[in-house]
Design a protein around this ligand. Structure first.
Ligand SMILES: Cc1cc2nc3c(=O)[nH]c(=O)nc-3n(C[C@H](O)[C@H](O)[C@H](O)COP(=O)(O)O)c2cc1C
Length: 173
């Protein structure tokens, strides 16, 4: 499957089978994170892998996981992130989101479903996972097998996304 086909296959899975994610697949997902690019290669992220029932319940106190058997909390180490000297812009959120996307697409390639979650209570996640000051949980990636093997409709983007001419400009804004 080429990349565009893979990207079109991915969809936000909000119903999961109980089946656990195999360790080899988890390691591949984590390796996809590790090789992600980051601004000046600072790699300002830490990943908390949560698979235990107890851990997943701790996430559920602050986020909706839709019964996914695996969740990865993607954290930003703010002071490790590159800041552009011209305006001070901190690039950490960009870096952690590339990592999240790498994991999401690797999981898709492995036949897994995913859900990218930002709608969570940061303070609950911080407290439940002892995340220290200076480190911010930015994204949670839920991973598991989609219920009944449900596949995304590869043609849905025709109606669910803006048209090319609405988002792309050539040569000037
Ligand atoms: C940065 C980001 C945050 C998101 N947060 C949530 C979330 O908290 N809960 C949720 O159900 N979906 C969340 N989503 C999934 C989006 O709603 C979804 O990607 C979008 O509606 C497009 O649908 P699709 O992923 O099926 O193509 C998030 C996606 C992104 C990229």
């Amino acid at each position: 499957m080429d990349f565009l086909e893979l990207a079109k296959t991915r969809y936000s899975v909000r119903e999961y089978e109980e089946k656990k994610v195999e360790k080899e697949k988890l390691y591949k997902i984590l390796e996809a994170a590790r090789v992600a690019p980051s601004a000046v290669n600072n790699q300002p992220y830490r990943l908390i892998v949560v698979e235990s029932e107890e851990g997943l319940a701790k996430i559920e106190e602050g986020a909706r996981l839709y019964n996914a058997p695996l969740a990865i909390i993607v954290c930003k180490v703010t002071e490790e992130a590159w800041c552009r000297k011209y305006d001070g812009k901190n690039h950490g959120d960009i870096d952690v989101s590339i990592v999240t996307d790498h994991m999401m697409m690797e999981a898709t390639d492995l036949g897994l479903g995913t859900l990218w979650i930002c709608w969570f209570k940061p303070e609950v996640i911080r407290k439940n996972f002892q995340i220290p000051e200076g480190i911010e949980p930015v994204n949670i990636l839920a991973v598991g097998y989609a219920k009944d093997g449900k596949k995304g409709d590869v043609n849905r983007h025709e109606t669910m996304r803006k048209k090319p001419e609405e988002i792309v400009k050539y040569e000037t804004f």
